[in-house]
Design a protein around this ligand. Structure first.
Ligand code: AMP
Length: 118
């Protein structure tokens, strides 16, 4: 695992220490434009609570994990991509392709997604 979650790039963005384009903000979840977008829409839904990976989440995080999903779905509706569709992804640990160890849900939209993913 890389940096402790409180030192992760997303914790630093949430603390306002480094700039980012914030597209959604509520009490529990922040939506950040991905700096290297992989689709016309690529937003990361990040909990304010710094959980390192999905594997580190526990039953006490069930509601928060649901909030990430619902925030992504609401944002997709808001920007008009829900009807065409989108993908949500949470890369987890090394083989999952996780690079930032502060959980985040990717919302990808604006083009047809491929399956299987790489
Ligand atoms: P993952 O590889 O699933 O952990 O996703 C991390 C994502 O964070 C990648 O898609 C990166 O492009 C994105 N990312 C890294 N640094 C920043 C940043 N400073 N602002 C916005 N997105 C970032």
């Amino acid at each position: 695992m890389s940096a402790a979650t409180s030192d992760s790039i997303f914790s630093r963005i949430l603390r306002g220490e480094i700039p980012a384009t914030i597209v959604h903000e509520d009490e529990h979840v922040v939506g950040i434009q991905d700096i290297h977008p992989q689709a016309p829409v690529h937003v990361l839904f990040v909990p304010r609570k710094p959980i390192a990976t999905l594997d580190a989440a526990g039953p006490e995080d069930a509601e928060l994990l649901g909030r990430l999903m619902l925030a992504a779905a609401a944002y997709a509706r808001k920007i008009g991509v829900a009807a065409n569709g989108y993908r949500v992804v949470m890369n987890t640990n090394r083989d999952g392709g996780q690079s930032v160890y502060h959980i985040h849900l990717h919302l990808l939209a604006g083009r047809p997604m491929l399956w299987p993913p790489g």
